[in-house]
Ligand binder design. Structure first.
Ligand SMILES: Nc1ncnc2c1ncn2[C@@H]1O[C@H](COP(=O)(O)OP(=O)(O)OP(=O)(O)O)[C@@H](O)[C@H]1O
Ligand SMILES: [Mg+2]
Length: 246
């Protein structure tokens, strides 16, 4: 079945074919009294259509890296290019603009708006993105179908399970057709079965062309990605393709 919305993108990467290119990324948190070197020189290149899991002990810098990848924060040093645009030097406003256009973010605690239905939650970023009402509904229903929750269109978050809420959050993150989908511990609040279910949704979206990067503590889930990047103490300890990798 051909679903135009999910067809593989040919844009979204620079001339080298990398959607993400990081070189020498350092992050120092300066709280006045103490300085924490959270990232100590990170190099990562990501091709369009990759599915990457970032793993590592607590405090190793995973969220710091995700926040920089997602343009929520800037590095102290180093270069970051997102689909050909240098983002490491941008100011807050410029970052927000890039973030809205190129990044879909999924959070551990779903962050759905409780008063809105599943469909309306998915529509939300498209309202900010000034997409017409008809197109919004069309895209949101297509996404609901893709995550297998077309029967939950009118359900409020309180009427959904954790796994279902996270799938709605994933659909919402994809609504503006981002270049990259980022998720920091997306299964952290879910039981094993729901977590595995959510991972299956990521795998399916990836096989349809989405570039996905997730952080997880769960090695069994990480192995289902195509590549695992292991962080330790602010550095990359290992970066390897899995048996699912292309
Ligand atoms: N806003 C901040 N201000 C100061 N230090 C910070 C800040 N955020 C993170 N850190 C420090 O940076 C280091 C990396 O933190 P980070 O949150 O990136 O780790 P993590 O790998 O995501 O850990 P976890 O698995 O517990 O979520 C830690 O030493 C942390 O204490
Ligand atoms: Mg973290």
């Amino acid at each position: 079945m051909h679903i135009p919305f999910f067809s593989k993108k040919t844009n979204g990467s620079n001339g080298n074919g990398f959607v993400i290119s990081m070189e020498g990324i350092k992050k120092i948190y300066d709280t006045g009294k103490i300085k924490v070197e959270a990232l100590k020189g990170i190099d990562i290149k990501v091709k369009n259509g990759e599915f990457i899991a970032i793993v590592g002990p607590s405090g190793s810098g995973k969220s710091t890296l995700m926040n920089i990848l997602g343009c929520l924060d800037t590095p102290t040093e180093g270069n970051y290019e997102l689909s050909g645009e240098k983002v490491s030097k941008l100011n807050r406003e410029e970052l927000a603009e890039i973030r809205n256009r190129k990044i879909g973010f999924v959070f551990q605690n779903f962050n759905l708006l409780p008063q809105l239905t599943a469909l309306e939650n998915i529509e939300m970023p498209m309202i900010f993105g000034k997409i017409s009402s008809a197109e919004r509904k069309h895209r949101a229903r297509e996404l609901l179908q893709r995550i297998g929750l077309e029967d939950k269109e009118f359900a409020k978050p309180t009427e959904l399970s954790g796994g279902q809420m996270q799938k709605i959050a994933i659909a919402r993150a994809l609504a503006m057709k981002p270049d990259v989908l980022l998720a920091d511990e997306p299964t952290g609040n879910l039981d094993t079965t729901s977590g595995s279910d959510v991972m299956t949704v990521f795998s399916e979206l990836n096989s349809l062309g989405s570039t996905i990067i997730i952080v997880t503590h769960d090695l069994a889930l990480a192995r289902r990605a195509g590549r695992i990047i292991q962080l330790k103490d602010g550095k990359i300890e290992k970066d390897a393709i899995t048996e699912n990798g292309k």
